[in-house]
Design a protein around this ligand. Structure first.
Ligand code: KIV
Ligand code: ZN
Length: 387
């Protein structure tokens, strides 16, 4: 793998993900998720927002002490006390990072009531301060995708000169589209001195359902860090889903030849655990990790996958750590699927018995949304008893 094609995965489930209303996780749950992310090969874990609460500070500090491989990052506003608090919590990590941000678009500049020059000065002070504490500093112009291009280039250049090692370009409100996302990264690389010497990151929200596409477009234009969350957890419509970008880069490596360090077989376990602890269930048809993502119910599809799984599957369930049957039995299922299901359940039946069971199965499936293994066992037993 050439280094220039390595894409770093920055997981912010424990920070941006936890900002979803109602997704608060306990201290123990955060440590557990962080350990799973660390083991999965996530390059950077954003463990929390240390100034936000005592609980966040404690969780980030503890995660920093426990992480074995990942860089541990905390978020801080562009204020010296925030940055100091952040450093206090991440400094114990083998590989700490301070992430500091400020809203740079006209709407966001109006909130602290700073003009362009005053904001530029604030960026200079805070990034310099962070860099004096830590070698690894990430800076984000919040709402970058709605910031004037000239001003964005100016502040990115300041942050780089003051020592930021990663420049993150957030699409804070999920407003951009793939071509624009790519153009923005390309523009920064062309116009900002030093932009090719730092890591450019993409941080997308999913308000228009384009977070994954926007992140991948940014990578194709030169971004080398994707910020994302498990299951796409995050405020409003959520963040870029880790499982989607990682599997897209793996499955379509032919047209997107970029590598991550993620052990994809850990995806399903993390998805399920994050859904449990956040209380946010995964929608059935969610890409990669939805309950139906690898299930086939229609007879034509079932027959196809039974003969050659690649007819209707572009990746193997085992690649994401899913080792369950991919056949859903329902009213669209055909005889071949029923025979395979019976064999799975330990029943070898002759043609006549299969015909009989199939008739009963269809009638049951017409009444029930989903036919479970237990229903099929009951059908076999019933047919056997009546013959
Ligand atoms: O969406 C956003 O702008 C953020 C920043 C704090 C990076 O989450
Ligand atoms: Zn965000």
């Amino acid at each position: 793998m050439s280094d220039k094609n390595r894409v770093y995965i920055f997981d912010t489930t424990l920070r941006d993900g936890e900002q979803s209303p109602g997704a608060t996780m306990s201290h123990a749950e955060k440590l557990e998720i962080a350990a799973m992310l660390d083991e999965m090969g996530v390059d950077i874990i954003e463990a929390g927002f240390p100034i936000a609460s005592e609980g966040d500070f404690a969780a980030v500090s503890e995660i920093a002490k426990l992480a074995q491989n990942s860089v541990i990052c905390g978020l801080s506003r562009a204020q010296i006390p925030d940055i100091d608090r952040c450093w206090e919590s991440v400094r114990h990590a083998k590989r700490p990072r301070i992430h500091t941000f400020i809203g740079t678009s006209p709407l966001h500049r109006a909130i602290p009531d700073l003009d362009m020059d005053q904001m530029a000065e604030r960026i200079e002070q805070t990034v310099t301060h962070a860099r004096n504490l830590c070698d690894n500093v990430q800076w984000s112009p919040m709402d970058a995708t709605r910031t004037e291009h000239d001003y964005l280039c100016r502040v990115v250049e300041i942050a780089i000169k003051c020592g930021a090692t990663t420049i993150n370009i957030p699409d804070t409100v999920g407003y951009t589209a793939p071509r624009e996302s790519a153009d923005l990264i390309r523009m920064l690389l062309e116009r900002v001195p030093g932009a090719d010497q730092v890591i450019l990151a993409t941080h997308c929200h999913n308000d228009l359902g384009m977070a994954t596409a926007n992140s991948l477009a940014a990578v194709q234009a030169g971004a080398r860090q994707i910020e994302c969350t498990i299951n796409g957890l995050g405020e409003r419509a959520g963040n870029t889903a880790l499982e989607e970008v990682v599997m897209a880069l793996r499955v379509r490596h032919d047209i997107m030849p970029y590598d991550t360090g993620i052990d994809t077989t850990k995806i399903m376990g993390l998805s399920r655990r994050v859904a449990q602890v956040s209380g946010f269930p995964v929608q059935f048809n969610k890409a990669i990790v939805g309950k139906n993502a690898f299930l086939h119910e229609s007879g034509i599809h079932q027959d196809g996958v039974l003969k050659n799984v690649e007819t209707f599957e572009i990746m193997k369930p085992a690649d994401i750590g899913l080792n369950e049957s991919n056949i859903a039995m329902g009213k669209h299922s055909g005889r071949a699927a029923l025979r395979a299901k019976l064999a799975d359940l330990g029943y070898e039946v002759g043609d006549n018995q299969l015909k009989d069971i199939f008739v009963r199965f269809k009638s049951l499936a017409d009444r029930k949304k989903e036919v479970y293994d237990e229903d099929i066992v009951a059908l076999v037993q019933d047919t056997t008893a009546n013959t």
